[in-house]
Design a protein around this ligand. Sequence first.
Ligand SMILES: [Zn+2]
Length: 436
Amino acid sequence: MPFPQRLIEGYRAFHDARLRREQDRYRELAESGQSPETMVIGCCDSRVSPEVIFDARPGELFVVRNVANIVPPFAPDTRAHGVSAALEFGVAALKVKHIVVLGHAHCGGVKAFAEKAVPLSPSDFIGNWMRLMAPAAETVGPQRELPWSDYLTRLEQANVVNSLNNLLTFPRLRALIERGEIIDRLIAVKKTQETGSAFRPAREADMMRRLVQRHHGNLPLDTVESIWRVIIATFTYVQAPFSAHADLSAGDALMRDSARFHFGFTVPLVPHVGAASVVEAVTESTGDLGLVPAFAIAGAGPWWSALEFDSAPKVIARLPFVERADHPAGLPVFVISRVAADAMVTETEVWSMRVSGWTATSVDSLAGLADAIAVPDRAFDGAALLISVPQGGSIDRVTDTLVKAGASVRATALVGSHATRYRVSAEGARPVPTGR
Ligand SMILES: [Zn+2]
């Protein structure tokens, strides 16, 4: 039987017309190599040509086709896996940005599976191949009262979902997708926020926790955490530039390490001596961050009283996000900024409080209830306190306890909140809840 004349003419037409017309493009692709952004996993079906459907130019689509556009699950054995090899090449070598599983109607493969068709050959490659669809069929359930064509449509759709699920069984792909999602989500949320800081305390604390929970392999946790902090902080900066004002009075090196570890080198670091100066700088800015030691510094004064006004910045986070004994930037630091209310995490509340009759008994009475930074307050012959009340506690209970211990509470004001402190063991893997 002669080869179809139409295809021979088609090849000539391509050679004489399109190839000539797009000569430059082909030459460029030959010299620099292909770099398609999109990978398509499609069906062998002759009616479903991805290049035709997407009107794609040479070099645009990296295509692998098989019966019923199936992605098999990750199976690291010694057998030959064509689709997996193509996926590996597309993701690892070509670094495609999108993967499309292209399902279609009237798919012969899906139909064969549904009809439990008689094997086409004794080796029955189709039958074996189509068994990969079984999880899809399970999600659809039995046909029952569904018209046959509707049942097939549902199978075709479930088959695409099953292929997408199987994509996630490839560890390399899963890691890339998760990273990509984190950055995409980050960009999405930043764009929604026009005023104040682009820092999203709730989201960032949550992301750092999840990174630690997922952490495995040889890369030290310190490295993973600092890389991610730099990526997140830099993206935040790119969306809405800000500076980090840091109080160096607790130690220049320690505070710089914390600032660089959590915000990288792209975010400008503005040194200050004294927390009050940091608070003032942040108050005058629109979206800057302040970094102040989260412990008492002799002579610092009650810097937090400037946060009591409604329009003032607030304590929005406590660093490091992930605490551990050997943290390379483990200085306890409060982050101060103005952020949208819906971006705040309210697990641990931070209160400004003025008391008189502040004694050693008052200090002891707070044990297990709240953490307090206290400085002398001459105006009331007492103390100005910065009190951190962990989730489950309340400022009322703190007040009652202090009163019972002989102090009198003159004033309280909420000056911020942050995520529950998250501590992991030195090895970095196992979270140890601290309860505050
Ligand atoms: Zn098909």
